[in-house]
Design a protein around this ligand. Structure first.
Ligand code: GSH
Length: 268
């Protein structure tokens, strides 16, 4: 993809809903700056750190100025800012190519299938991030607040016969191509990149590992391992790996661990 000027990517300094876009830009070799917004969590900020990890009022001020009141956003080299993870993935996927083909298919039926995978992944997010009462016991906030993995909740959700979350992952597994290595077959798409980023994140930010998700879902496993083998992506994660040790620790959660599966899949 020809590039005139830099992209600016705005998100928290964690994988979350932002990592799919970062990974896609890395695969496409795009030059982008990170604009890290402190996570709006009521946690004390370490003294004298360059990057403020937790709430300092920035998000409260910035929220209304974003296109959809949410992050991530992507600012294009011409200065315009756009939001919504999947919209950004589709946009970039029309420009970024792999083996001579754009990562968002031109063929409407292939694009429909890619959108289906991505919408299914977005449907999983609220189960893990914000449906519990109290909200601190949602698997996501629990690790971010240093309260550990919500094992009981996740075990019920992932029950092989009746777990609602397990069913969603089973749908993804069934919808993926039998021949692979990617979910649409031999062609890499943004659905694979999203799968790679989401499962790596959930397998560290909510689950203790990716195992409950991928152990008996070989097509999902193959897709995310194939994405992890892409050279540009491996170089991207290798470059940032040491610096991530500076991420904060809350309780027993060192936020650098949120990247462990990205490193595992990229074998770095
Ligand atoms: N559908 C949106 C959801 C965006 C979203 O909920 N973002 C969260 C972070 S992952 C957020 O901005 N939370 C802060 C807030 O809503 O004030 C997308 O995929 O981008």
């Amino acid at each position: 993809m020809a590039q005139e000027g830099k992209y600016i990517f705005t998100y928290w300094n964690i994988p979350g809903r932002g990592e799919s876009v970062r990974a896609l830009m890395a695969i496409g070799g795009l030059d982008f700056d990170e604009n890290f917004i402190p996570l709006p969590l009521p946690l004390p900020n370490p003294e004298g750190s360059d990057l403020v990890p937790f709430d300092d009022g920035t998000w409260a001020e910035k929220k209304a100025t974003t296109p959809w009141g949410s992050l991530p956003t992507l600012t294009l080299p011409d200065g315009r800012t756009f939001g919504q993870q999947r919209a950004i993935l589709r946009y970039l996927g029309k420009h970024i190519q792999h083996n001579g083909k754009p990562l968002y298919p031109e063929n409407p039926e292939d694009a429909l299938l890619v959108d289906g995978f991505m919408d299914m992944l977005e449907d999983i997010w609220p189960v893990l991030a914000d449906t519990q009462d109290p909200i601190e016991e949602a698997p996501l906030l629990s690790t971010m607040l240093g309260m550990g993995v919500q094992e009981k909740f996740l075990a019920a959700q992932m029950d092989k016969t009746a777990g609602p979350l397990a069913m969603k992952f089973d749908h993804i597994e069934r919808a993926a191509s039998d021949t692979g290595p990617y979910v649409l077959g031999d062609r890499l798409t943004v659905a694979d990149v999203f799968l790679f980023a989401a499962i790596s994140w959930w397998g560290a930010g909510m689950f203790a590992s990716m195992e409950p998700i991928i152990a008996e879902r070989p097509k999902i496993k193959r897709s995310i391992e194939s994405v992890g083998a892409i050279d540009n992506l491996r170089q991207y994660y290798a470059k940032l790996k040491d610096d991530r040790q500076k991420l904060p620790t809350v309780g027993d959660m060192h936020y650098a661990e949120y990247y462990k599966n990205f490193h595992l899949l990229c074998q770095i």
